[in-house]
Ligand binder design. Structure first.
Ligand SMILES: [Zn+2]
Length: 323
């Protein structure tokens, strides 16, 4: 290692803005999160209050910067809709502080480094391509399954944005026109059918209907307290209600991913998010359900891999925009 390499390490700041919190990190060129911090987001004040909260998050993570870290840029994940080309945040429902707000330009004016803004699932997909489970694959479909289902599409190392940046909303792909309403305004989106809260809701309904299950004990007799994690644990223990909920979830996800395969035929599918670890033991079972769920004759050739990044997917994704 030369003297110069010892002196400086090129890094990027990654910022992940949520409705109530901001996660910030310093990320190196290999995708390692070297330092991180969390601070509150001020989503319901003025646009300047929102901006000040982001600047505070940047400042707080930069206090952990060592003299060898050379910051090359700032990447930001923000709730959408947003314009990734201009870095303008349009009108996110959970960030009423910003309406057509030039977030990238505002941060660039303060820090004088390149700044990019992207939606969280697109950015997390890019981090998996650059540094994670999708490294070496050309056409990648990423899904993040947690309180919602976010997705990102990356072709040849580039996020697929569509005409205006609004593409890649696979979580709001409907699979049942008569299905339950989704907060997005549509019906039967995969998000409202198979996300963490949907898994918990289905289990709760079965327990409330009187099906005997360990889930009642795990939730201390209060079915409203059942979570998707409890469903995973009870399923591992052979609980029939949890097993049927997992089985239904695998049916839904397989049917949806069958559509994705027919549309994109990706080289790999990467699954992240809090619910992915609960589903991890059943991925082969899900793949078997692709028989009859897609017209593609080779779905078995498409690997389904677990994401490298968990909680820090947004920070790593934001950093990947500039790395
Ligand atoms: Zn929806």
């Amino acid at each position: 290692m030369t003297y110069q390499q010892v002196m400086t390490q090129e890094c990027v700041v990654g910022i992940d803005i949520g409705g109530t919190k901001i996660a910030a990190g310093i990320v190196d060129r290999q995708g390692q999160v070297l330092a991180s911090s969390r601070s509150p987001m001020v989503a319901r004040g003025s646009s300047d209050d929102g901006l000040a909260a982001v600047e505070l998050a940047i400042k707080s993570v930069l206090t952990q910067k060592t003299s060898s870290h050379e910051i090359q840029g700032i990447g930001i994940c923000s709730p959408g809709p947003l314009d990734p080309k201009t870095g303008v945040v349009i009108n996110p429902p959970n960030l009423p502080c910003w309406r057509n707000f030039p977030l990238a330009e505002s941060i660039r004016n303060s820090y004088r480094v390149p700044v990019k803004v992207e939606n969280d699932a697109n950015a997390a997909a890019l981090a998996e391509v650059k540094w994670g489970a999708a490294r070496g694959y050309r056409n990648v479909f990423y899904l993040c399954i947690g309180t919602g289902i976010g997705t990102g599409i990356v072709f040849d190392g580039v996020i697929y944005h569509g005409r205006t940046g609004a593409a890649g909303e696979g979580g709001h792909m409907g699979i049942d026109v008569n299905g339950p309403p989704c907060p997005c305004g549509k019906r039967g989106c995969i998000e409202v059918l198979a996300s963490g809260p949907a898994i918990a809701r289905r289990a709760r309904q079965k327990v409330e209907a009187g099906s005997p299950s360990k889930l009642a004990d795990l939730a201390c007799g209060n079915p409203a307290a059942i979570t998707s994690e409890m469903v995973g644990a009870a399923c591992t223990d052979g609980d029939p209600v949890a097993r049927s909920v997992v089985s239904e979830t695998l049916d839904l996800l397989a049917y949806w991913l069958g559509n994705i395969i027919d549309l994109l035929e990706p080289d790999v599918i990467v699954m992240g998010g809090g619910v992915s670890s609960m589903l991890a033991p059943y991925l082969d079972e899900m793949r078997q359900r692709w028989n009859g769920a897609c017209v593609n004759p080779w779905p078995d050739k498409i690997p389904v891999l677990l994401a490298r990044y968990g909680e820090d997917a947004g920070v790593a994704g934001a950093a990947a925009l500039l790395a």
